[in-house]
Design a protein around this ligand. Structure first.
Ligand code: URA
Length: 254
């Protein structure tokens, strides 16, 4: 059986600054150093893979229609899920093959909980449970007020007790971090063993906020796994350059 999530490996720390590999004086490199300095407060993995970069570029493109956006989100989440589940707990299992005995592992119980944040997180659900088909699924609904940017909870279908359970939160855009902080607080109150947020995109402001609320040396291990760390938020709390409103692009404007 493996233990609780371990700190980032050196390889992952290098990747946590993003896919770009500019020269030493390049402004992008200096900016990414500043981002890396912030990241020490929380484990953040920017998954650096050409297929992810390729799919993400099409996802960002304003010409991409909803059916394509949904398909690419699904594919991207499965690729991110592979990294996000790297620390998932397993227990030894011996099976009989046609030619002998094989010692392997199976996912440990209690099974993980996957929590898509309504509404946009629903677009990420099947991409995630494709790799974790035995996971349970809980739901949290938060809507943010477009003036104050404060998120209010309108739905909560979570088990009362999450003791010993790894939780994977699905929210495409880690922007201000307000939604994620609220959801992780709910999971912490239910005594979740660890929380891994899977996000298509993250902004430094959101990473800072969640990292300050749940620091690396705190009792609840919190990690963020994302396809890219973007530059910043704009005055409306949107990620720049981002991809726009993820919920609208997945499901249409409401
Ligand atoms: N939510 C979105 O859908 N997009 C953003 O850029 C920020 C929050």
């Amino acid at each position: 059986m493996t233990g609780p999530p371990s700190p980032l490996r050196p390889r992952d720390r290098a990747r946590a600054t993003g896919p770009a590999r500019p020269g030493p004086r390049d402004p992008a490199r200096l900016r990414s150093r500043a981002v890396a300095a912030r990241l020490v407060i929380m484990q953040t993995l920017v998954v650096d893979h050409p297929l992810i970069a390729h799919k993400l570029t099409t996802l960002r493109d304003e010409r991409t229609d909803s059916p394509t956006f949904r398909r690419l989100t699904d594919e991207l989440v499965t690729l991110l899920a592979y990294e996000a589940t790297r620390e998932v707990r397993v227990q030894p299992e011996v099976v009989q093959t046609p030619v002998g005995e094989a010692r392997g592992v199976k996912l440990a119980r209690p099974v993980p909980l996957v929590v898509p944040v309504l509404r946009a997180g629903i677009g990420m659900l099947y991409g995630m449970i494709r790799l974790l088909p035995t996971a349970d699924v809980g739901f949290v609904g938060l809507a943010r007020d477009e003036e104050s940017l404060v998120a209010a909870t309108y739905a909560n279908r979570l088990p009362a007790n999450l003791a010993g359970r790894a939780v994977f939160v699905l929210d495409p855009m880690l922007a201000t971090g307000g939604t994620l902080e609220t959801v992780i607080t709910m999971l912490n109150q239910r005594e979740a063993a660890s929380v891994t947020a899977v996000c298509l995109l993250a902004a430094p402001e959101g990473i800072d906020r969640v990292g300050a609320a749940f620091p690396d040396d705190g009792p609840l291990p919190v990690r963020v796994v994302t396809a890219a760390m973007d530059e910043r938020l704009n005055e409306r709390g949107y990620i720049v350059p981002g991809l726009g409103d993820a919920g609208d692009r997945l499901f249409g404007e409401i």
